[in-house]
Ligand binder design. Sequence first.
Ligand code: GDG
Length: 733
Amino acid sequence: MSKTILISNRLPVTVRKKDDQITFHESIGGLATGLKGYQQKSGSPWIGWAGIADEVLSDDDKQLIDDKLNEKWSCVPVSLTKDDLDKYYYGFSNNTIWPLFHYFLNKTHYDFRTWEAYKRVNNKFFEAVDRIMEADDTVWIHDYQLMLLPQMIRNKYPNAKIGFFLHIPFPSYELFRTLIWREEILRGLLGADLIGFHTYDYVRHFFSTCTRLLGLNRKIHTIIYEDREVHVDAFPMGIDYDFFAGHTTDESQAASFKKMSSMKTILSIDRLDYTKGIPEKIRSFRRLLVRYPQYREKVRFNLIVAPSRVKVDSYKRLRRQITELVSSVNGTYGTVDWMPIWFYFQSFPQEQLISFYRHSDVLLVTPLRDGMNLVAKEYTASRTDLQGMLVISETAGAARELGEAVIVNPYDYNAVAAGIKTALEMPTEEKAARNKIMQERLKRYNIHFWVRTFLETLKQVTSQPDIIAAKNLDQDHSLVVNAYRRAKKRVLFLDYDGTLVGFAQTPELAKPDAELRELLRTLAEDPKNTIVINSGRDKSSLEQWFPESNLHLVSAHGLWVRHPNQKWKMTVPLNNEWKKAIRPILQMNADRMPGSFIEEKEYSLAWHYRLCEPDAIDLWLPTIKANLMNLTSSLNLRILQGKKVLEIKDNRVSKGSVTPLFLRGKHYDFVFGIGDDQTDEDLFASLPKNAFSVKVGIDETRAAYRLKSWHAVRALLRKFAETGKELEAANRL
Ligand code: GDG
């Protein structure tokens, strides 16, 4: 039976070793808590690091840890060395990706060694997956430490169902593009079938990055990547609502909180991190005391900071900065009876956190950037009395769902101070009304809902029947290879760019490689074969690239033909009068769209817009097309939508218009036509019914068959060549 494998940097269980004693502890954090419930129920294996460096452990320790984690928690530990942790975790993950994705460009460090470690450790995770993976398993990968893993798994398991969820923000394209390894990261992620983010803003940024950086096309919810559709959507992570709402506070704790109840209390709980805006929060609190002095001696601020990455210098500095700010505020405004800020640099047991939630009038969540922020949700859920009010910054993902809270700009101290005042003074009924709406939402979109919808969506997007009728030849070449073997007289029409070679950035780079030359030579030398290179390229490129005299060349989408040992011949007489009317229109658009240009071919005008801003194209293309339609309707012209190109061409010239020249009176018993873009549809349409028409890629087609990429085309052509050689050898015997 197929299983679902969970993968994250940390396991939900943390291992510690003290005085040679190995102990096991529950990991803290939203992700661990969130997925634990699902894992326990489903028995899914969970792959991750157990929180202890490899060097610290003896072989016996490792065996014990492996066994215990496996038996008791279905966990599979990935062992990481101190060097891995330094470079992959503290280095690339936390010094490059974390700051950049949280918009801290000036804290983003680049180091090739950490990038190498990131690749290496992602591969370690892959090896761990590989050990337990079966072909039809589902994997759910979590977070920014493992962004290369989806593609690594895809390479070995092309049919695996792969989901990826990013727990931190996905930044705007303008930020993301500054990353040195932007393309590798993006392609790593695109190995998944489903990519989930907390909010639609992140989804939008991801789409915009894929279209701009990789020139990919998108549909409403999907990105077309190579031969697959990658589904991208928002899945805001929820909390275990019933746990927080149903939790009973123990009496002794309630009593100690009552002691501070003579005062209004403001609570803040963050991990020590510069993204959380802790110094800014303290300054905002100081602003409250300055602007609204009536609150002096009337309010107590419980500032809880959970230690994190404490060995990192910048975190040490942040801690110092917080301590200094706290003592400055306390020193300036404190009195004999009153200390404004109570600073706790420690982690609390969860029950105690809930007590804090229940006894605080205001929760102040003001990160400068935060993927979601579960603390905000936990607080709101814990307030079963419907009292208390959340003040949250608009740059936390959770603000998108908690619109009834007081929403502030965390950089604006006056606004935050005013927000705290609003929350403190909000009438009881209003608080109740707002909290009720938020609680209803949190109750519904809880953690179970999150897990369920993500996994159901993954199942749905990976089990969609092939929407395109064409039969896929990738798994099984035998049908076409057998027909090739049986045939006595064959013709093969081969498109060039995107079919025989991959797409190259510049036309010069697209010239055939040695393997392709050899392959075509072998095929063309077979006396049973007629090999036609049917391309949109100009005559001189084809001539230069294919000097072999036994290939038939068709250039300019069928305008010119050159048979072996003959001269180029024009297939239709051209009249280019129409260009005078169309060119100015295209020129006007080209002038208005930076990055676009016009290419004039003998029989067509092509407007290329590959480098244009995709939003501008989405906006203008329909209008431009409609205008051109009007103009061309009375002429013998056709508008062709290619890949990032709009071509207006003489209707009599097409890749299909040349096939009769080859087929007429020839009685081929094997007709094969292959191509990857819109212009090849004319070829497919012109072939006889029993022909093998093959589309390369996943776009809609009238072809009968399909191959996924130019690599697959090469593989098939190699089989043709081998078959030919086998037949020849058999004949010689
Ligand atoms: C990432 C994203 C996103 C905190 N202090 C203690 C403690 N906690 C618990 C809270 C909460 C969790 O840790 C913190 O969750 P957050 O969402 O606030 O932040 P992160 O875990 O840093 O990180 C974030 C999240 O992933 C989920 O996708 O929301 O944006 O950065 O559950 O209650 N728990 C205990 N003691 C503490 O002192 N026991």
